[in-house]
Write a protein that binds this ligand. Structure first.
Ligand code: GLN
Length: 522
């Protein structure tokens, strides 16, 4: 079922195989009809993750990229929408030669073909395929049928099935294996037999529970993995390694260990040795749903681990600040302020107030996408003196449209991929924060936006001391305020390229600036 941790299980399994020297890639199957996650509300679905090719995908792909340290493309996210769109378009072109087009074999063939193509193209030894949804869901049936067929078609030691189940604990404190037995029974009805059962439980699985699951579900006891709650998701690979899952899979898939990559374990050691703590306020809209900002949360963690310092994050609803101007003063207790990306007007004035507070009180500030656009609006209004300046996203009639629609976006009707998406490069100005923190003059970062800085206002803004330190031709990618300790905001989303052990430069610089501020003030 959803929210159980299939994504983390897949990512962790992949990481462990990578640690043994295998090249690993991953595919996520989302059985929903949407073509991609681009049009989905972060309220319902969590973060929309953006890939280098501009694919807007499920947040699990973010976990794969972070755990496996790879860069994936939109082909790595299959949805019912994509499959049917392809099959219907082939049917219209007459490619099925007059046959009746059916779920089996045409839809299932399309699924298998895509899985095999992506796996082959990646050049990996192992391809993880995560089938989202719950066994028994109507939507996921064609996908389960496709992997069942693959099981017949592939060599026996080339495919293994991992089934992730829930082991609840009853009122007496007993671990219950019944739900696992039932879901395995459902799988069997579909012709699928799991090789491994990954049992999610609040606490470690007892030997008794393991034995029971093994017996009833027809797997060996060493194929029942206790996937109990971990303090941090990055600890899950080690937990699974200790459960013997990697050895079991290497054996089953007839793989040989080529090396022992210890970087993940070393990173965990650094994570456990973090000391002290700085306080970061994130002022956003979806503050009650941290899942909407997964990559930001992870990027902060990556930076914190490498700086050796805990970062305690508080999510503040921008509307609280907007409705009570005094509330902005509560930001004085933080060592840093971050305004993330977002869409829609709600809370924007509160975010602008928070940005102003950060700038005027020299609190380290990191703005991401909308957080950059609003930093420009704030600066235009309060430093340049352009009263009423705004983004045309929020005020079409503003006298000073400092943020405006991308030229090619004006007449777009189709909601799919109407934004500037994915990798674009930026040239960084020498002597700026941007160039210092990236240690380079040319960078590539991922984007997801419709609006951008209006070139007509650049001179007036720069004349008052802000610097556009990163540009892609006449597109402003970074703005910074050099007089401040750290005031840096980007049109791109650096959070999508941050990795454990290799934090994104703006996040690292933010944490460093917060530490510096904390040390100076104490
Ligand atoms: N709403 C803004 C835009 O479309 C910012 C988008 C974002 O923050 N991802 O340009």
């Amino acid at each position: 079922m959803s929210g159980l941790g299939k994504g983390i299980t897949a990512a962790s399994t992949g990481r462990n195989l990578k640690n043994k020297g295998c090249r690993v890639t991953a595919i996520k199957i989302d059985p929903y009809i949407n073509i991609d996650a681009g049009t989905m509300s972060p309220f319902q679905h969590g973060e929309v993750y953006v890939l280098k090719d501009g694919g807007e995908v499920d947040l699990d792909l973010g976990n794969y990229e972070r755990f496996l340290d790879v860069e994936l493309t939109s082909d790595h996210n299959l949805t019912t929408g994509k499959i049917y769109q392809a099959v219907i378009s082939k049917e219209r072109k007459g490619e099925y030669l007059g046959k009746t087009v059916q779920i089996i074999p045409h839809i299932t063939n399309e699924i298998k073909e895509r899985i095999r193509k992506v796996a082959a193209k990646s050049g990996a030894d192992i391809c993880l395929i995560e089938v989202g949804g719950t066994v028994g869901d109507i939507e996921s049936m064609p996908f389960l049928e496709a992997v069942r067929q693959m099981h017949r078609e592939e060599a026996k030691d080339d495919i293994a099935f991992l089934h992730v189940t829930l082991v609840p604990i009853d009122a007496q404190g007993d671990q219950k294996s019944k739900p696992t037995q039932h879901s395995v029974k459902e799988l069997r009805e579909l012709g699928l037999t799991p090789d491994v059962i990954v049992a999610r439980c609040k606490e470690p699985l007892s030997d008794d529970t393991k034995a029971k699951i093994a017996l009833f579900c027809d797997v060996s006891e060493n194929a029942v993995v206790s996937a109990h709650d971990a303090k941090d998701i990055y600890e899950v690979p080690l937990l699974m390694e200790n459960e013997g899952l990697t050895d079991f899979l290497m054996d089953k898939l007839n793989l040989k260990t080529i090396g022992e990559d210890t970087t993940w374990g070393d990173m965990i050691t650094r994570m456990k040795n973090m000391t002290g703590g700085v306080k970061l306020a994130i002022v956003g809209k979806y503050t009650h749903l941290e899942d909407s900002y997964t990559s930001i949360r992870e990027s902060i963690k990556h930076a914190a681990i490498e700086c050796g310092c805990n970062v305690n994050t508080t999510w503040i609803n921008a509307e609280t600040i907007e409705n009570d101007p005094d509330a902005v003063k509560s930001l004085s207790e933080y060592d840093g302020i971050l305004v993330p990306g977002g869409f829609g007007e709600r809370g924007t004035e509160g975010k602008i107030m928070a940005i102003r507070y950060a700038r005027e009180n020299d609190i380290p500030y990191l703005g991401l996408c909308l957080g950059m656009q609003l930093a420009v609006v704030e600066f235009a209004r309060n430093v340049v003196g352009l009263s009423g300046a705004n983004s045309t996203e929020f005020d079409e009639n503003t006298p000073y449209p400092v943020i405006d629609l991308l030229p090619e976006q004006e007449d777009v009707v189709d909601m799919g991929a109407t934004m500037r998406l994915g990798d674009y490069d930026a040239v960084l100005k020498s002597g700026t924060i941007a160039q210092r923190i990236y240690g380079s003059s040319d960078i590539v970062e991922r984007h997801r936006h419709r609006y951008e800085v209006n070139p007509n206002f650049i001179d007036r803004i720069e004349a008052k001391g802000a610097v556009f330190s990163g540009k892609n031709k006449n597109r402003m990618e970074i703005v910074e305020v050099p007089g401040n300790r750290f005031f840096f905001a980007s049109q791109f989303h650096p959070e999508f390229k941050s990795r454990p052990g290799r934090p994104s430069p703006p996040f690292r610089a933010l944490v460093e600036a917060m530490l510096e501020k904390r040390n100076e003030c104490s």
